[in-house]
Design a protein around this ligand. Structure first.
Ligand code: CP3
Length: 358
């Protein structure tokens, strides 16, 4: 394992940078983890992936647990995220899909009518998603005490968009049309997804997840008015469920420059930003009552060490020592990212944020 000295020192003081940042407490160094940190850019992942497809890995707790631990062991990130996919809980609801290489999730029968919605099944995570819960148990048994485990799910809107579009789409026209034109389909689908994700997240917390990230990856295609009317009540309910469980939550989306106030109202201790907006700007709009996660452009990791360093410095200077910052990319690590650049970024964030500027 890398960073052994720092890690042991932290263990002795019982300090946990990530969870402290979630509560906007001062930290010894800025915590960093990366969306898709356990993905295809890691040779260890590619090796396992050669023999198994993604869904098989997700359903094999030992493989999923081993992959979850790779970036902690190899890169020294400050949090692990359970290896799974936002699509997994849709299967026991009765939605069948495959994950196609270079494309993403493809749903066999995209949903469009009320009877499609009405035939969706209620999930019991312990019965229907035991592999995810078992993977959480296995990870927790191996993870150093000071490295927390993040559980996650897709937000109702982003999941609804996959279920309705059937395949990745740039502008989600079918989704927006159903949202406007078929209120009974939209409300039925969003309510069922919210209920299912609530029980799935509770089960992840009971299994040992210490924080939750909700991925509303494609929410940026809505206007603030539409967000308030068609999405906010459902996302708000989901965040209320996490709050009842007593763990911190991160609310992430891309293209959300115009939606930040709405996302904050829906919930989340931390708002996750993509790279299209500066942290300083976002934080001055949202106020100090919320933390911020982000927001290096993943494409920066395809460039030079010099450029990565200057972009990282810029983000930390934007944060300006405010408590409650979690360093991350603005979206997932890209598949062709050199591992050494990711490793350099983790070290850089720790180096440049020390001593704390508070
Ligand atoms: O650190 C991690 O990688 C954790 C595991 C994780 C996966 N998917 C595994 C995965 C997480 C957190 C996700 C979340 C996810 N899945 C999201 C939200 C995050 C985001 O990127 O916005 C979304 C939208 C999905 C749906 C999904 N699954 C897509 C769009 C794709 C294809 C795109 C891609 O990256 O290839 C997947 C497949 C997928 N899920 C892969 C992995 C590692 C890559 C495919 C593979 O190895 O076959």
């Amino acid at each position: 394992m890398r960073n052994k000295t720092t890690r042991n020192a932290r263990a002795e003081t019982g300090e946990n940078r990530f969870l402290r940042a979630c509560s906007r407490k001062p930290v010894d160094r800025t915590p960093i983890w990366l969306m898709r940190q356990a993905g295809r850019y890691l040779p260890g992942y590619r090796k396992i992936r050669k023999d198994h497809n993604l869904l098989t890995i997700c359903k094999s707790p030992r493989l999923a647990a081993a992959i979850t631990l790779l970036p902690v062991e190899e890169l020294g990130v400050d949090a692990a995220i359970i290896f799974a996919d936002i699509m997994l809980p849709l299967q026991p609801m009765g939605i069948s899909f495959t994950i196609q290489n270079q494309v993403g999730p493809v749903v066999s029968k995209p949903l469009s009518t009320f009877s499609d919605v009405d035939s969706l099944m209620k999930i019991d995570p312990v019965r229907d998603l035991p592999h995810v819960l078992e993977a959480i148990h296995l990870v927790k048994a191996k993870l150093p005490e000071e490295i927390p485990l993040i559980g996650f799910c897709g937000a109702p809107f982003t999941l609804a968009s996959y279920v309705i579009e059937g395949k990745p789409s740039r502008d989600l026209v079918r989704t927006r049309t159903i949202m406007y034109d078929k209120p009974e389909v939209w409300k039925g689908l969003m309510s069922r997804l919210t209920q299912a994700m609530g029980s799935y997240l509770k089960a992840q917390v009971h299994a040992g997840a210490q924080a939750i990230q909700i991925f509303d990856s494609w929410i940026g295609c809505l206007s603030p008015t539409d967000y308030r009317e068609y999405v906010e009540p459902y996302s708000r309910q989901l965040f209320a469920t996490i709050e009842e469980e007593g763990v911190p939550s991160i609310h992430f989306g891309t293209g959300t420059g115009l939606l930040l106030e709405e996302m904050k109202r829906a919930g989340g201790d931390i708002i996750g930003l993509d790279w299209r907006i500066s942290i300083g700007n976002a934080w001055s709009r949202l106020g100090d009552g919320v933390g911020i996660q982000g927001n290096l452009d993943p494409a920066a990791l395809l460039t030079s060490h010099h450029f990565i360093r200057s972009k990282t410095k810029q983000i930390l200077s934007d944060v300006n020592g405010r408590p409650g910052h979690i360093f991350n990319l603005g979206h997932g690590v890209l598949p062709n990212t050199p591992v050494e650049n990711v490793s350099q970024l983790v070290d850089l964030v720790h180096e440049l944020s020390f001593p704390p500027s508070l």
